[in-house]
Design a protein around this ligand. Sequence first.
Ligand SMILES: *[C@@H]1O[C@H](CO)[C@@H](O)[C@H](O)[C@H]1NC(C)=O
Ligand SMILES: *[C@@H]1O[C@H](CO)[C@@H](O)[C@H](O)[C@H]1NC(C)=O
Ligand SMILES: *[C@@H]1O[C@H](CO)[C@@H](O)[C@H](O)[C@H]1NC(C)=O
Length: 476
Amino acid sequence: MAVLKIGVFTVCLLYFGPVFAIEDYCSSNTYSTNETHMQFTKEPSSEEFAIAGKFKGLHCCAKGYRSIEWYKDGKPYPWPLMVSQLILYPESANQTVYTQSVTEADAGNYTCVLKNDSIAHSHTIQLKVFEKIPDDPKITYVSQDSRVRLGQNLRLFCEAFAGRVDLPDAHNEVVWRKSGHNGTLDDEPRVRQEKISREDGQTFGTYLIIDNLRREDYGEYICKITKPGKSIEQRVYVAEKSEVKYLNPNPVPVTKLILCMSAIFFLCLAAVILNLQYGLPLRVRFKDSFGIVEENDGKANDVLILYSSKDSEIALGVLMPTLQTKFNYKCVSREFPLNLNYWFGELQDEALKSRRIIALLSPPVLNDTWTTAGIYQAIKQLQALGPKLICVTLKELPKCENETKNSQGETLSSLTRTINVIVWERAKDDKFWLALRLRLPPKRRNDRLVECRNQSQGINDSRLTSDSDESFENFV
Ligand SMILES: *[C@@H]1O[C@H](CO)[C@@H](O)[C@H](O)[C@H]1NC(C)=O
Ligand SMILES: *[C@@H]1O[C@H](CO)[C@@H](O)[C@H](O)[C@H]1NC(C)=O
Ligand SMILES: *[C@@H]1O[C@H](CO)[C@@H](O)[C@H](O)[C@H]1NC(C)=O
């Protein structure tokens, strides 16, 4: 009777054995954590192997999820037979798909998608099906190198597939050892190795668990995977994770701050130095390349040069030819009328045809009255002409401590701060030309050389659009 009972039990075990195993699979050897958020509960393998005709199960062991969906090569469960014979095992809350007899057509990538109300995790297992037992053991999982704090627990896992060998004495196994240590690791109660196997011993592995990690536990661990006639080794490094200092929960990162600030300081310093050294040429280049080209604004000329007869040599001999031939600006020039009161009336027509006015200011312009009041009045007259004014002075403007304010509370110095005044010092010629060009309309490199007319007559296109000088030099 007893023999019969045992016999029936064995038959049951043989028949249901694999099914029992898959039922248990996700509930055994799980991570020991108290956390409840959605997570895997044990090491998920990313490669699985099987021999055609044998039982095969794939698992996504998890908790905290609301649903698990399975996909094979992107196709959602349930699968037609040609895609896969694997079916869900609902008793394991859909963590497992399995088949009693796997075929090569079942090979492929199986993805489980865990979902709760807010997030989804997915994990893919690549299933390979062999016709016969492969020569080498196939690794399904090896822990990665890791950093663990002193006093915490270490858990390493190593697992492989080697098929099932029906030979007496032949067995598959995985054993952990520590590099540089003789003997087994099991000589301390803190350290233990737990062997597991599934699918009738075809896939087998060993957990190495060390409680309360000590300094001497850090180092290299080797898992040796043995099947009859063959063994391979995998190495895993465990290093110390440095202690986080909890003494000061919100420490001000002083060194970081200092580093940051000095970096910013040096960057600013570099910017200032670069700007002093190369700023002006760069700004001119930038303006010419990207500034809004002021053509099609109905104006005939780029520049109207105003000068006194005493300065005609410098105006007509240097300023104008340089602007024309070197920088391609279309210029016209006019002498200042002798009486300041006639400037507006006599210059206005010409001024409105030009995009900029360059006024060459020097004492002769003002009948040698180089005073703040005189200059102020002259600039006011020129501003009234319309186009953007660039004053080029051949002599430093007079500095007067007690300037009288006019009715608007404006003085010459406050006025000159709002308009462009460039002092032409022959010693700093380069700088002068750059400063001047910066204030002129942008000129693209390939602009055609434009003939310059001294006195432009007969230009009837007086369709005057408002002076569109809001190119970006205002932003620079
Ligand atoms: C398991 O899968 C079936 C079929 O896809 C589904 O009806 C059932 O709700 C799932 N159960 C869980 C717990 O995900
Ligand atoms: C499965 O995934 C692997 C790795 O991503 C890929 O190399 C392989 O081609 C995939 N197999 C199938 C059948 O899509
Ligand atoms: C390991 O064993 C060898 C020989 O059996 C011995 O010479 C060596 O000292 C041992 N090393 C350790 C760390 O125990």
